[in-house]
Ligand binder design. Structure first.
Ligand SMILES: [Zn+2]
Length: 546
């Protein structure tokens, strides 16, 4: 794709500029939404000007592209997501919805043939309840088509896995292996392991699966890249990579294999941070920044791992458990900040958020820091703590679809009072905080349109609940777009070159099939991306093979 475009550009070598005209374009700016109909950018991929059709006269040599009246927006950035996790899912065998065991077996066979170099075949999504014989499948079913390599396939709910005999042998599981605590090895009437491992018994298998090598990582990144640009994404903040993943990103940026602009956070302030040593910025045609460190204050609400100031409403003995003390969070943050890295602390519960704010407060001496530290998720915040985001210049990096996926569970966990300061986008914005939005894919679906829709409606994709869940916390369309564009760029120190369509910035934009600002709110979710351009280069066109 990239080579083809270079050839096309070479063919029009006389045109030093490109003008996309006859578009209905919007961009968020520091002073609000601006509209225009013509976008002109130079061959170096940077925007020269935006304006109305009269602008064309100023660039008579420009290659003109008629936008046919379509809507055009800045490319969208997911400010918190996991690129390898998504790419791994894209690369692995997906058995979701297979109607019969025979279909699953046929897909395993085809996938095995198509991927001869994989040392392990991994997949997910099978569900025996959908099949005529509603029984667990067996190792022998896979052995019939793949017997020379281990196969490990997770059930749709993740609570069970299905192995072939080669995998059972590698894991040393036979009829004599005892069930581990919290797990079960399914056995036949003679006591032999059938190939199904439930809950903690899965660990007997997963410890033997090799960690991904650089080729695995690169393949996952490429798949994720191609998928994400088709959704209109031009940037991702990758929330937690290790040093090996950092090296893969760098080599891909060197080789021109990354379309997306990746802003990566290193996982923890330990060996990954020591390994990289100093932040990397604008690497490989500005495709890669590694300038942040991701820390964890607590766990998640669903499993009651989020740390709360008071007990859970539905488990009155339990307040969750912070991962670290505030002293430890302070020490890790200080180390990373001293090395020039921004810090993003994962904090879900109101105690987790308070501890993160306390750590930032100490390291920053109560002042705003030029490093723009962030709190990732910022889900449940004590009302008293909300103003501290703006006071300390802490960015709230939030995920609109978490609210609409979690709403019923979250209210059960923390009750009707505390939920008022949960997923409180409006309160944070009104307090003066910068709000950057993302999806946390693959925990949620990757499409930023789901996020924009959830941000504006506070409804799930079935339109529930009527009128929106605590709809007073919803964003306007302009605010939602801002949180996925210019605010996301700000959260990565990139607002001088990314996040809006203004002269001097990269020409990262998308053309979509309907007008985001004018469609009924329930259609925002359905918006389709027709073209994605990054750095003045078209990297995706709907209907064309990549
Ligand atoms: Zn995450």
């Amino acid at each position: 794709m990239r080579i083809l475009i270079l050839m096309l550009l070479a063919g029009s070598a006389l045109a030093a500029e490109t003008a996309i005209h006859n578009v209905t374009a919007y961009t968020s700016t520091a002073t609000g939404i601006q509209e225009f109909t013509v976008l002109v950018f130079a061959d170096d991929g940077k925007i020269l000007a935006t304006g109305d059709e009269s602008l064309l006269a100023e660039y008579p040599q420009a290659l003109r592209i008629d936008g046919n009246g379509r809507a055009l927006l800045p490319g969208l950035t997911d400010a918190h997501a996991h690129v390898y996790g998504l790419g791994f899912l894209e690369a692995s065998l997906n058995l979701a919805g297979t109607p019969e065991l025979a279909d699953a077996v046929r897909q395993i066979s085809e996938y095995s043939i198509a991927n001869p170099l994989l040392k392990w075949i991994q997949g997910r999504g099978w569900n025996q309840v959908l099949w005529a014989v509603k029984e667990f499948p067996r190792a022998a079913d896979i052995d019939a088509v793949v017997s020379d390599r281990p196969v490990w396939l997770r059930r749709i709910d993740g609570h069970a896995g299905w192995a072939n005999t080669a995998a059972l042998e590698i894991a040393g599981i036979d009829g004599d292996t005892p069930d581990p605590i919290g797990g079960k090895i399914v056995r036949d009437t003679s006591g032999k392991a059938t190939g199904i491992l439930v809950d903690k018994a899965k660990d007997l298998m997963t410890v033997h699966i090799p960690t991904p090598d650089k080729d695995d990582i690169r393949r996952a990144y490429l798949l994720a890249n191609d998928y994400l640009i088709s959704l209109g994404m031009t940037g991702v903040h990758d929330a937690g990579i290790n040093i090996r993943e950092a090296e893969v990103y760098m080599s891909m940026a060197d080789d021109g294999e990354l379309d997306l602009r990746i802003y990566a956070m290193l996982r923890d302030a330990g060996e990954n941070l020591d390994g990289l040593g100093k932040p990397i910025r604008e690497y490989g045609l500005d495709r890669l920044d590694i300038a942040a460190v991701k820390l964890f204050a607590d766990g998640a609400l669903g499993s009651r791992g989020a740390a709360l100031i008071e007990a859970y409403a539905d488990d009155v003995e339990n307040r969750g458990q912070p991962f670290y003390t505030t002293d430890e969070l302070t020490r890790f943050t200080r180390k990373a900040n001293d090395m020039g890295f921004q810090v993003g602390i994962h904090a879900i519960g109101d105690l987790g958020n308070r501890m993160a704010l306390d750590a930032f407060d100490r390291v920053q001496g109560g002042e705003v820091s030029p490093l723009r530290n962030r709190i990732e998720h910022a889900q449940i915040i004590a009302l008293d703590d909300i103003p501290r985001f703006a006071e300390l210049g802490i960015i709230a990096s939030m995920q609109p679809t978490h609210a609409t996926s979690d709403m019923n569970m979250a209210e059960d966990r923390i009750g009707p009072e505390r939920i008022k300061s949960g997923y409180a986008w409006r309160r944070l914005l009104d307090s003066g905080a910068v709000l950057a939005s993302g999806s946390d894919f693959p925990v949620e679906l990757a499409s930023p349109w789901h996020g924009l829709y959830a941000a504006v409606t506070r409804q799930n994709r079935n339109g529930q609940p009527d009128g929106g869940w605590y709809a007073d916390q919803a964003l306007t369309r302009a605010e939602a777009l801002h949180s996925f564009t210019l605010a996301a760029a700000y959260a990565a120190h990139q607002e001088g070159r990314l996040g809006s369509l203004e002269a001097g910035k990269w020409a990262d934009f998308i053309i979509i099939d309907r007008n985001y600002f004018e469609v009924p709110a329930d259609e925002i979710d359905d918006i389709q991306v027709l073209e994605t351009w990054i750095g003045g280069e078209r990297v995706f066109k709907a209907g064309e093979a990549q």
